[in-house]
Design a protein around this ligand. Structure first.
Ligand SMILES: N[C@@H](CCC(=O)N[C@@H](CS)C(=O)NCC(=O)O)C(=O)O
Length: 237
C-alpha cells in the first residue's frame, strides 16, 4: 500500500505531536505532502478539518481527516504494512497504550505548564509535577524495554515516539530555565535511552534543533505578553 496513498499532513515543525506523526509515516516508508500551519493565523482548512480542537497534527488520508497524534499513530499502524509501531502482543500493546495515556494526561500538561506559567510559583509547581511524572515513566521504561535499548525493544516503537517527541523541548527548557527533566541521577535509564533516541536515524530525520523550540517559546511568550497588555489597556479605558 505504501507510496500509492494520498497523504497530506497539516503540521508545525516544532510541534512534538506533529513529530510523532512524521516519524510514524517515515517508519512506514510513506510519502506525504507536508503543509506548515501558522497557529497564530490558522488556515481555513485546519479549522474545517479539526473543528473540535483546531490543532495540528491533522493527517488527511484520501481526503479524510484524522486528528489527535495518538489516534493518527494507531491509524497509520493499523492501515499500512511494514514496520510495526505498536507492540503486536495484546498485553504489551495494552501496556504501551496505558503509558501513552499517562504521558498525555500527566507529563504533557505538566511540562507545557512550565512553559506557559505566568509566575515563578506556578512554574515551580509544574516543575514538581513534571519530575514526579517522569519518575513513573522511568519505571515504565524498565518494564517495557525489558533490558533492551528502547521501550519498543531493540528498535524504536510507539512509546519511543510518544515520549521521544518531547526531548528537544526538554532540552529547550534546560536552556531556558536550567531544568533537567531527564537526568542521569534520578532517571538514569531514560537518560541513556534519550541519547540513543536522539542519535537514531528516525529522530534525526524529523526532530529539529532545540534552538527552534527556544525561538518558538519566545514567540509564544511575546504573544502572551502582548495579549495581557491589550487586556490591561481595555480594562483601564
Ligand atoms: N492532543 C493533541 C495535541 C495537539 C496540540 O496541542 N497541537 C498544538 C501544537 S503543538 C496546536 O495545534 N495548538 C493550537 C492551539 O492550541 O490553538 C495531539 O496529540 O495531537
Amino acid at each position: 500500500m505504501a507510496g500509492k496513498e494520498d497523504l497530506k499532513l497539516l503540521g508545525l515543525l516544532v510541534s512534538p505531536f506533529v513529530i510523532r506523526v512524521r516519524m510514524a509515516l517515515s517508519m512506514k516508508g510513506l510519502n506525504y505532502e507536508y503543509v506548515e500551519e501558522d497557529l497564530f493565523n490558522k488556515s481555513e482548512l485546519l479549522i474545517k478539518l479539526n473543528p473540535v480542537h483546531k490543532k495540528v497534527p491533522v493527517l488527511i488520508h484520501n481526503g479524510k481527516p484524522i486528528c489527535e497524534s495518538l489516534v493518527i499513530l494507531q491509524y497509520v499502524d493499523e492501515l499500512f504494512a511494514g514496520r510495526a509501531i505498536l507492540p503486536t502482543d495484546p498485553y504489551e500493546r495494552a501496556t504501551a497504550r496505558f503509558w501513552a495515556a499517562y504521558i498525555e494526561d500527566k507529563l504533557c500538561p505538566a511540562w507545557i505548564g512550565i512553559l506557559k506559567a505566568k509566575a515563578e510559583e506556578e512554574r515551580a509547581e509544574k516543575v514538581k509535577e513534571t519530575l514526579a511524572a517522569i519518575e513513573h515513566v522511568e519505571v515504565a521504561f524498565a518494564k517495557c524495554s525489558n533490558g533492551n535499548a528502547f521501550f519498543g525493544g531493540d528498535s524504536i516503537g510507539y512509546l519511543d515516539i510518544v515520549l521521544g517527541s518531547f526531548l528537544f523541548w526538554f532540552e529547550a527548557l534546560r536552556r531556558m530555565y536550567g531544568l533537567e527533566i531527564i537526568n542521569t541521577s534520578k532517571t538514569p535509564l531514560l537518560a541513556a535511552w534519550a541519547e540513543r533516541f536522539g542519535g537514531s536515524v528516525e529522530a534525526k530525520e524529523v526532530v529539529p534543533e532545540a534552538d527552534k523550540a527556544v525561538q518558538y517559546a519566545n514567540k509564544l511568550h511575546a504573544a502572551a505578553a502582548a495579549a495581557a497588555a491589550a487586556v490591561k489597556l481595555v480594562s483601564s479605558e
